[in-house]
Design a protein around this ligand. Structure first.
Ligand code: SF4
Ligand code: F3S
Ligand code: ZN
Length: 103
């Protein structure tokens, strides 16, 4: 499962579509965590798609992740600022790849 303490345990190494990327990143095998309020561990995501289907405000978008060992696409929290903290995505992800900081 995604580390709920990732903000303490990782460093921001990049920015993608307006959100932070938390390393380590070593493409194509290691992609890190995308987003901060809505954080998706790309190294855990298996492209199940439940988060895209269930998010009521369409926070997620597919991005390509060619040659990643778990999946060739990932759910990117492209619109994390729209999140209403309903926690549906956290509940439905089969590999617990998503952390939402509802604070
Ligand atoms: Fe979407 Fe709810 Fe997840 Fe926020 S917590 S990203 S609103 S499903
Ligand atoms: Fe990935 Fe979990 Fe969504 S596997 S596509 S983050 S439901
Ligand atoms: Zn991203």
């Amino acid at each position: 499962a995604i580390d709920p303490e990732f903000e303490q345990n990782r460093e921001i190494v990049d920015e993608h579509e307006g959100h932070d990327v938390w390393g380590p990143v070593e493409e194509p095998d290691e992609l890190g965590i995308h987003g901060t309020h809505v954080a998706v561990d790309f190294d855990l995501c298996i492209a199940d798609g439940a988060c895209l289907e269930d998010c009521p405000v369409d926070v997620f978008e597919w991005v390509d992740s060619p040659d990643h060992p778990e999946s060739e696409i990932k759910a990117d929290p492209a619109e994390e600022a729209q999140c209403i903290d309903c926690m549906l995505c956290v509940d439905v992800c089969p590999v617990d790849a998503i952390d939402v900081d509802a604070g």
